[in-house]
Design a protein around this ligand. Structure first.
Ligand code: DAH
Length: 340
């Protein structure tokens, strides 16, 4: 008899669950059969009053029905939840199964990569990195670097003038002067930045380019210190075994002055296309800071000495990335920039 009753309950519950089309309805069904006052629960409660040998049989049968109803309910609940999710997608919700969008990130400009690498080397050698203004007084750009009023570099044909006293700086050497005026030795700085000269754009010239200036001032600084510093720098940049050589030169603000060649990083000195079969690559200008410059910056040349150097960064980047024309750096062609 109990068996018939249970069967009836199960069939009835199954029909109700099949017909239910929303979660609230299912909840009601659950309460009706499995709730505290539900039909299955009341049968389980009444087991106690049955004959002793029938009790386990009734309990067992009832529990099995209870489990099957629970299963049916859960299946239907997850089916309805799936449908609800699909409906929300159809109505324009978020489709988490679509592949993600690829974000285009920028890359560093080859000039920036080169400068970062060079700065890193000098920082590791104990230098500070400093900056200065691109619009510069002629006093800092020329006079205090020992460049006389009649020097050809001052011509309007070479220098951009904003007023007769203000220029677009032609060299980062102006930063040396500014730094020495504000800081007492010991000084150990590098100063990168843009510089400007009146020039037509071609594969090796540009009216704007980048330099990096170096300056070291202390007691007893010698040409040997300069050579050692540059050798260490180029060995870090181009690899161990890189050689440098000094060629006598002239700069107004250094005495003695030199130009520095570096053994070709590509052929190691044998001669190749990059070094024009020379084995050497012209790399920078340098020298011992002229006593006049020290004096004008309130540093006593009898007490202190120092060296300075200045390098063109475009040339370094062209070597590093084997780029054949300066123009590429400034044209902002995305096909070029994407490669870095
Ligand atoms: N200012 C020089 C130039 O633009 C480069 C240079 C040469 C800088 C020698 C220096 C130096 O500090 O000592 O060509």
């Amino acid at each position: 008899m109990i068996n018939d009753r249970l069967k009836k309950i199960e069939t009835e519950a199954k029909t109700c669950i099949d017909q239910a089309d929303n979660l609230q309805e299912l909840e009601m069904i659950k309460i009706k059969y499995l709730g505290r006052k539900g039909e299955i629960t009341s049968i389980l409660r009444s087991v106690g009053s049955a004959d002793a040998e029938l009790r386990p049989v009734i309990g067992n049968l009832t529990n099995q029905v209870k489990i099957r109803i629970e299963e049916l309910l859960n299946q239907k609940i997850s089916m309805l939840e799936d449908h609800a999710f699909e409906d929300s997608l159809r109505q324009g919700g978020l489709d988490v199964t679509l592949p993600g969008k690829e974000f285009k990130t920028g890359t560093r400009h080859p000039m920036r990569i080169t400068l970062d690498e060079i700065k890193e080397i000098f920082l590791s050698m104990g230098f500070r990195v400093v900056g200065g203004p691109e619009i510069e007084w002629d006093v800092y750009n020329f006079d205090m670097l020992n460049i006389p009023k009649d020097h050809p570099a001052r011509n309007q044909g070479d220098t951009f003038y904003i007023t007769d006293r203000l220029t677009l700086r032609t060299q980062t050497s102006s930063i040396q002067v500014r730094h020495m005026l504000l800081h007492k030795p010991p000084i150990r700085i590098v100063a990168p930045g843009r510089v400007y000269r009146v020039d037509e754009m071609d594969s090796t010239h540009s009216p704007m380019f980048h330099q990096l200036e170096g300056l070291v001032i202390d007691k007893g600084v010698t040409l040997g210190n300069l050579k050692y510093t540059l050798e260490t720098f180029f060995n870090a940049l181009y690899g161990d075994g890189t050689k440098i050589r000094f060629r006598p030169h002239h700069f107004q603000f250094t005495e003695p002055s030199a130009e520095v060649d570096v053994s070709c990083f590509s052929c190691g000195g044998k001669g190749c296309g990059i070094c024009h079969q020379e084995g050497w690559i012209e790399s920078l200008g340098c020298g011992m800071v002229h006593p006049n410059v020290l004096s004008m910056c309130n540093i006593n040349p009898d007490e202190y000495s120092g060296f300075a150097f200045g390098m063109g960064l475009e040339r370094m980047a062209m070597h590093k990335f084997k780029i054949d024309s300066l123009k590429h750096f400034f044209e902002n062609d995305i096909r070029f920039l994407n490669q870095f």
